[in-house]
Design a protein around this ligand. Structure first.
Ligand code: SAH
Ligand code: SF4
Length: 396
């Protein structure tokens, strides 16, 4: 049913915007801090839960705002239970994907099938990591030939709230799992449903990677607004260093990132060491050739002193030869960087295939011998179509 007045999506508001909305309603200043806390710390999904607000305010929030921005339409879990992928529907019927990956404590970076992002983090040993991979656009305009998202084109940018909501959904899911464990896996009893809400436990999600559907630097403001909300100390309180943005390589966006106060990590999808090959795989390279991308990255490193990750999806017979590995090593020599090798996630009806283990290891060895640090990210969740845009494609 169509509302008469469009309801304000609360998660689309910055903290100052929320404050001015409530100030406009004649509410004292501290009310907006309380609402912010309910949204980002207590993960409320309904104003009725906001029990420290006056009844009339709860009623007005219920009538004039919206909390839920995503409708779950499909969930897929890997056999080992460590990867969960969701297909969410937006209010206009478009769909996006979000993936949650859990890494047990003994799987340090560089071992086993672990590494999505191999940054050392301050969770300390014994904690494990829980990383959510979020989307920033419904579709993508960049048209990379090996990417399921790229094949369908761009439908629209996500709003900041839609980006934030994916992260909150993952945190709620983790909280639900933890509660199930405590209750011995039993379902929610009537008594539990009416029990007072427990105080919010420490946040369970440890990392956010902006590597789902879409090109984040082509939806720059909204992506950044979402990250500002997620890192707010009075709310979700995620550390900026636990966030990684992956870009196809838009030089202006990389330059803007270098000037941001929020110190998030940068990953650049390279996939080839020269313009001829990269232009075939990632057509945006024809507009922003490698020299421009790498100049922006060098400048970023000089200004931030942060190590940049280059992603390289290994495709059998396409970009995985020893000659290309040597060319890549020359290209990146001396840079404060790190190459993340990922055997391609095969996409249905695509001619591109993942490199086998021998070719992948040989490629990696050449980079290492030439002083380029690498990690090999093994295919995680292939069985559940966890590659970018693959679940949506299967579902369509
Ligand atoms: N648009 C951004 C972020 C989303 S894609 C970017 O391109 O970086 C996230 C990563 O998944 C990118 O490195 C992208 O190249 C990679 N990717 C896309 N399709 C893939 C596939 N089929 N197999 C492996 N990696 C893939
Ligand atoms: Fe877009 Fe990234 Fe896919 Fe390329 S790889 S089409 S930039 S989502």
């Amino acid at each position: 049913m169509q509302d008469i007045l469009p309801r304000v999506p609360l998660l689309d508001l910055t903290r100052p915007q929320l404050a001015s909305l409530l100030a406009g309603w004649g509410q004292p200043r501290y009310r907006s801090d309380q609402v912010w806390d309910w949204l980002y710390r207590q993960l409320a999904t309904d104003p009725a839960e906001m029990t420290n607000l006056p009844k009339e305010l709860r009623a007005r929030l219920a009538a004039e705002t919206r909390l839920e921005l995503l409708a779950l339409i499909h969930e897929q879990r890997s056999n080992d239970g460590r990867t969960v992928k969701w297909l969410f529907q937006l209010h206009d019927g478009l769909t996006i994907e979000t993936v949650l990956m859990s890494y047990p404590p003994d799987e340090g970076p560089g071992q086993g099938e672990t590494v999505l992002m191999s940054y050392p983090s301050d969770e300390g040993p014994g904690q494990g990591r829980r990383t959510v991979c979020i989307s920033t656009q419904a579709g993508c305009a960049m048209g990379c030939v090996f990417c399921a998202t790229g094949q369908a084109g761009l439908a629209r940018n996500l709003t900041a709230g839609e980006i934030v909501a994916q992260t909150l959904a993952a945190e709620r899911w983790l909280a639900g799992e933890a509660q199930n464990d405590e209750q011995g896996g039993g379902g929610e009893s009537q008594a539990a449903a009416h029990a007072p809400r427990p105080a919010p436990a420490a946040r369970r999600l440890t990392n956010v990677v902006v590597m789902g559907m879409g090109e984040p630097l082509a939806n720059y403001e909204r992506t950044w607004q979402a990250l500002a909300a997620l890192t707010d100390r009075d709310g979700f309180n995620l550390g900026a260093r636990h966030i990684t943005i992956s870009t196809v390589g838009l030089p202006h966006g990389i330059q803007r990132m270098a000037a941001e106060p929020l110190q998030v990590n940068l990953a650049v999808s390279l996939h080839a060491p020269n313009d001829a090959l990269r232009g075939q795989l990632a057509p945006i390279n024809n507009r922003y050739p490698l020299a421009e991308v790498l100049a922006a990255v060098r400048d970023y490193i000089a200004r931030t002193n942060r190590r940049v990750t280059f992603e390289y999806a290994l495709m059998e017979g396409i970009n995985d030869t020893p000659a290309l590995a040597r060319e890549l090593a020359v290209l990146l020599r001396g840079m404060l960087c790190h190459v993340n090798l990922i055997p391609l996630n095969p996409v249905a009806e695509s001619p591109y295939q993942p490199s086998g283990p021998e070719r992948s290891s040989a490629f990696q060895a050449i980079l290492e011998r030439n002083g380029i640090p690498t990690t090999m990210r093994m295919r995680r969740g292939v069985e559940i179509d966890a590659g970018c845009g693959q679940l949506r494609r299967r579902h369509a």
